[in-house]
Structures are given as C-alpha cells and as structure tokens.
Design a protein around this ligand. Structure first.
Ligand code: PLP
Length: 431
C-alpha cells in the first residue's frame, strides 16, 4: 500500500486548515497515522489519491446507504443543478421530500428542512423549550447530537447531576441546564424527573446509539422513557440522524413502535448532500416562524439539489429489502467474531441491520462506561491491518461500520480475508 501522495497532501492541508481537516475524526488521530485522501467512490468501493482501492464501511459516516455515486441519485442531482442551484424560494422538491418523510414516519405531521443534523437538533430543542415553557434537557452519555453548545456535555462524577462541557469555548450557562445520564438505565432517569419536577423540557436520545460505536437500546428502556416523558409533560426527541431509513424504511421508532414528539433527521435523507430536518406533531411544529414565534431560518435550507438527492434516495429505498441487508451484516459480523474467537482474542460485535462495531471487549457494551473499557490499541491495529488488506473501517473504535445495499459477496470476501490477516497480526502483537 503506497500512501506517498496522501502524506504529501496531508502536510499541505495541515498548513491551510486546522488539523488539515474539515471535521476532526477525519484526521485519524485515534488510530495515529496519516489519513488517506479519497479521490472517488463507486458502489461499496473508494479509491484514494495513491490509487489504492478499498471496500468502504465509512459511507461518509452513514448517508450513503445506496453506496457511492448511485446512478439514479447522480442523475437526479445533475438534473436539479441544471435548473439552477438555489433560489431561496419555495420549490416543489421540498413538498416531495416532506411527503416521503411524513409517509414513512407516523410521528411526523410537519417537517422543517435545515442544512445539517447539528442545526436540526439546535432548532428542535428551541421549539421544545418554547412549547413546554421549560428549560432543562436530559441527554445520555455517549450519544452525539452534533456540536450544539447545550449538548456538548459529558457526565459529571455523580449520577443524575449536571455534566461538564466536553469542549473549550462553551459558556457555563450553556450547559447548566443539561443533565447527562447513562444509556439503558431507567432508574436514574426516574430519579432525575423526581429531582427536577416540572422543569425538564426535553429528553433527547439516539434510539439506537451509533456514536459511541454501536450500542443497542433495551426495549424496555425506550418504552419507559416514552412513558415518563408523557406523564411529565416532557417532549421526547429521537435523534434519528443516523438511524432514519438505515434500519428500515422509517426509523428506529418504527421498529420499536414508539412515538417521539420530535424526530431529528439528516444523513440518508440528503442522499450524500448536506441536509438536516426536524419534524413532529403539528401543534409543536406550528410554534416555528412564520406561524409561531420560535425563530429559525436558513438561506440554503431546502436546497433543491439536496432535496432531489434525498427524494431519489428515498424512492429507491422504498423498494429495497432491508432484511437482505441485515443478512449481509449478520453474516459478516458473525464471521468476524469467529475469526477472533479462534485466535482467542476478546471481541464483542454489536450489530443491527446495516450497522456493526467490533469492540475489543469481553462482553457486549450496554452504555458509554462499558464502551470506554475497549482496547483502542487493538482497534488501531485492526484498522491499519484492514487498510493494508484493502478495507476501510472507521478510524476510531467509537464509530460504526456501515454496510450499504452496494456491498456484494465479493466485498464481504475481501473484508473477511483482510480481517483474518489483521487478526493474525494482532495475535503476534499480543504474544
Ligand atoms: C451526524 C449526527 C448528528 C450531526 O449531524 P451533522 O450533519 O454532522 O451536523 C446529529 N446526531 C446524530 C445522531 C448524528 O449521527
């Protein structure tokens, strides 16, 4: 594997942009090394600037469930672009995408389009606070909701206490109303509601946690969360930026039969272009300007190119068989587990439909505390071993591998061969 050109480009990029990147995880810091510069992608494969080809499990961090450069999506983008890139005015494409989303999500009656998941979360919290007349937020440790000040919080020392900010530059005021709790633990949620009666505006959660590696929810945890919110007049926000249209044609809420008050979407609904959206019951959404007094706007929001990429993507997904996707993932995850079991190396693979994470742990993690016990040195070895074997996993233990509808038998075969070789290298390292 040659990486000369990527190395040269990264040196240049570092002089021009902080860390050489537009988003931190791309810098390969947690696996220490030079990031590869991607030149192109097609189906399940990407090619870097040195000409190496990889089976891709990053998928632009989730959006590309149809694989790279899907013909029909690209055609839709071209057609839209030829009619003009942006108008800052009403277009039919917004109606069409809104219709598709509302049909797929029974909890969404109205939807507002924005430009990123972060923006959608930030706006949804604003609406929720206006609607409830309350200010406090409950979030869960290890769940990521973008880089909104109020949510860049990690757990403090005690349970059910206020957290500490996980970034510099955030005013103390911005996080004083955020309570951070462990995932999958309903008792601490109940305690928080007792302590802060009638003060909690919103509980925000990734219904399937995919930003600490993949951590699955206990069904009862989600059910009781819904119930507690209802009983206390608190709004439940499902952040389905990753899970929307990734687990089925709908969201995690479809699979678990739960009705959140507000849903956050992004990633897949933009078909690879920058989009975010938030939606929910009419009475809540009508708090937003121009009907209501919650201000939220965007010059490029509802951008016709992004809308058309999203429409094309959802129309294709509507006809896709997620069960088959699930089988591909299951088969791959099981075999990876086998490889490491045979080598006597502790690994726990969490998987769901089209996502999986290989944790170097002896048991399946259920929350952030468990996840943090992972052996990240071994993950880094796995990552580089796989890259050498033409497989591109996320450059961090705490990210999810995404399987797309473009992954074929041969891609799985290449992956398993690389996993076996990387596994043996890890074994030699451990001796
Ligand atoms: C990616 C992500 C976001 C943030 O979306 P951006 O478009 O990167 O701002 C929010 N929530 C979840 C669950 C995400 O995975």
């Amino acid at each position: 594997m040659r990486i000369k050109r990527s190395e040269r480009l990264f040196n240049l990029a570092q002089q021009l942009m902080p860390g050489g990147v537009s988003s931190p995880v791309r810098a390969f810091k947690s696996v220490s090394g030079t990031p590869i510069f991607i030149k192109s992608g097609n189906g399940a494969r990407v090619i870097d600037e040195d000409g190496n080809e990889y089976v891709d499990y990053v998928a632009s961090w989730g959006p590309l469930i149809l694989g790279h450069a899907n013909r029909i999506v690209i055609e839709a983008i071209k057609r839209a672009a030829e009619n003009g890139t942006s108008f800052g005015a009403c277009t039919i494409s917004e109606i069409e995408l809104a219709k598709l989303i509302i049909e797929a999500f029974p909890s969404i009656e109205k939807v507002r389009f924005v430009n990123s998941g972060t923006e959608a979360v930030m706006s949804a919290i604003r609406v929720a606070r206006a609607f409830t007349g309350r200010e406090k937020i409950i979030k869960f440790d290890g769940c990521y909701h973008g880089h909104y000040d109020n949510l860049l919080v990690k757990a403090g020392s005690g349970l059910a206490t206020f957290g500490i900010s996980s970034s510099l530059g955030i005013p103390t005021d911005a996080i004083q109303k955020t309570i951070t709790l462990p995932y999958n633990n309903i008792e601490v949620v109940e305690k928080a509601f007792e302590k802060f009666t009638n003060q909690i505006a919103v509980v925000i959660i990734e219904p399937v946690a995919a930003n600490m590696g993949l951590v699955l929810p206990e069904l009862n945890f989600l059910r009781r969360l819904e119930k507690i919110c209802r009983e206390n007049g608190t709004l439940l926000i499902f952040d389905e930026v990753i899970t929307g249209f990734r687990l089925c044609y709908g969201g995690a809420q479809t699979l678990y039969s739960i009705k959140p008050d507000i849903t956050i979407l992004g990633k897949i609904i933009g078909g690879g272009l920058p989009v975010g959206a938030y939606g929910g019951r009419k009475e809540i959404m009508d708090y937003i300007a121009p009907i209501g007094n919650v201000y939220q706007a965007g010059t490029l929001s509802g951008n016709p190119i992004a809308m058309n990429a999203g429409i094309a993507t959802l129309k294709i997904l509507k006809k896709k068989n997620y069960e088959q996707l699930s089988k591909v993932t299951e088969n791959l995850a099981n075999q990876v587990e086998e490889v490491f079991k045979d080598l006597n190396i502790g690994i726990a693979v969490n998987r769901m439909v089209s996502m999986f994470t290989c944790f170097f742990l002896n048991k399946k993690p259920k929350n952030f505390e468990d996840v943090m016990m992972s052996n990240t040195i071994l993950y880094s070895k796995l990552f580089w071993g796989l890259l050498k074997g033409s497989v591109y996993f996320p450059p961090s233990q705490f990210e999810v591998c995404f399987v797309s509808f473009a992954h074929r038998d041969n891609d799985v075969k290449v992956t398993l061969k690389a996993v076996k070789e990387a596994g043996m290298e890890i074994k030699r390292f451990l001796k």
